[in-house]
Design a protein around this ligand. Sequence first.
Ligand code: FAD
Length: 524
Amino acid sequence: MPLIVVQLRSHDFLCRNIFKLQPHASALYGGSCSIQLAQARSASSVPLHPSYSSLCTPIMLCSTIVNRVFGQINASAISPAGVRCVAMSASGTRRVAVVGGGVSGLHCAYVLSKQGHAVTVFDMGKFAPGKTTWKGLQFDHGLQFVRPVSDAFRAICEEWLAAGALARWDEEAAVRYDARSGTATPRAQWQQQQQQQQQGAASDAGFLDVLDPGPLYVGCPSSDAITSHLAAASHAAVRNDVKVAKAVYDASSRKWLLEGAVRSPSRTLSDVKQQPPVTPWNLGVFDGLVLADKMTGCSGTPGYVELSGTTAGNKMQQAMSQVGSTPLLALLMAYQPEEVPLEQQAAAAAAAGQDAQQQQQHAKPVLELPFDAAAVVNSQEIQWLCMDSRKPGRARADGMQCLVALSTAEFAATLVQRASDGSLPRQTPELLAKMVPPMFAAVQRVLAPLLPDGKLREPGFVQVHRWGAALPAKAFGSACLKAQTAQLAACGDFCLGGGIENAVLSGQAAAEAMCEMLAAADSA
Ligand SMILES: Cc1cc2nc3c(=O)[nH]c(=O)nc-3n(C[C@H](O)[C@H](O)[C@H](O)COP(=O)(O)OP(=O)(O)OC[C@H]3O[C@@H](n4cnc5c(N)ncnc54)[C@H](O)[C@@H]3O)c2cc1C
């Protein structure tokens, strides 16, 4: 007789229902959770992920008994070798899997959790999205700023601000910088000029419209503080280094079975991204599934999730794969402050009527730019410059200056193509290193009008980060996608357009759609 693995959500649930299960179980294992897990695993051809030892209590029951106890479970197999997985949870609470732990997926998880659902977020990356650290240095290589436009997102930003995940950024921190003339126009002045211009005249508000009116915020102490806050506030189980590779929908039980690959110490991130996964892990059984990244719908990309059991889901993936995306390169540079010679220190102190000790000008910054951040215009190569170490809360005792430059999409595409000699580009250290000199030269060209001899000093640390799919080429046009018949939704910045606000509002819409679908499934 085939075996069934029943994953009970908690020990508490098991205890409350044990009297119902005990008389019917052909084998209801007692003892510790790990013994039950080992027994469940040995009966299953798909290994259970070890993290489930804390989340679920698997028990073994024969299928006829489970059918008698929980009438809704159908005997048709949804995983190989006659092993069936079902998820039980406390009444009203449903288990939802979110594939993608960016802001969209995590905000979706946050909203779903607030509605009482048990959410697991899977992300194939490490938990520090958008940040590079190196020997005590820190750079936002992804999200640079937050500029809320809608009332809904303003309210969310207020929450993040109160939680300390965001800090208010001086509205004049970002300027419009003309790379041809070297002119820096303050944001307020540019906005005034726009108002005076004829209505309807095309205006370029710079990288992600940073120059348009509205308050500016930054992640505090770095951009990943936002995702960390969402993960903590949602109480979702966040599983990093886990790639979801396959999701099977069983229409009769209305459950999703997820399989994927888990990064172990011996496996690299590119191993995890490999398709098909080296070892398919059973990642659990869920009542609803949210795909929170465009990649999950695009076959041939590292994030593709093979969906089966739902044609509506396959159609949704087809629609997702139609949305193109654009690449970006981020150049990260760090400058050690320059030592001021003793005689210069003394002269400066004398001029100021102080002694050298008081003056404390032992070191001076190497880069003296007339802005903290700049939306660059009149450059085909660079579109954004930001002194990361000047963002709120990031001042450094050692005076180190951390500068971030973002390329244009076209320049990124050209450099990647050139560096990879026309073969398929990969994120290898060698490939990235090849892109450092041309990116550095481009930044030098942009800053040349501000530099005494047109030359930018060589930084002490320099690195390129490549974003293969940085921003959607165009928006899909609706806040989220859904497949009602399979409790399936999709969200991400591809829905409403690039930028954190669109990503978050899409996650919100997917969560609301999921709640409706789960309620409809319950009452069907
Ligand atoms: C360099 C750069 C700078 C930016 N600056 C700004 C800015 O200043 N202001 C602004 O508003 N916006 C900015 N953006 C845009 C903004 O960061 C994005 O629009 C937003 O973060 C997208 O969030 P998301 O959740 O939709 O997607 P993502 O953040 O891409 O999250 C999707 C996640 O899904 C995971 N994933 C995919 N497939 C799978 C799978 N099968 N299994 C497990 N995990 C999977 C991925 O690992 C990824 O972490 C910037 C973007 C870039 C690239």
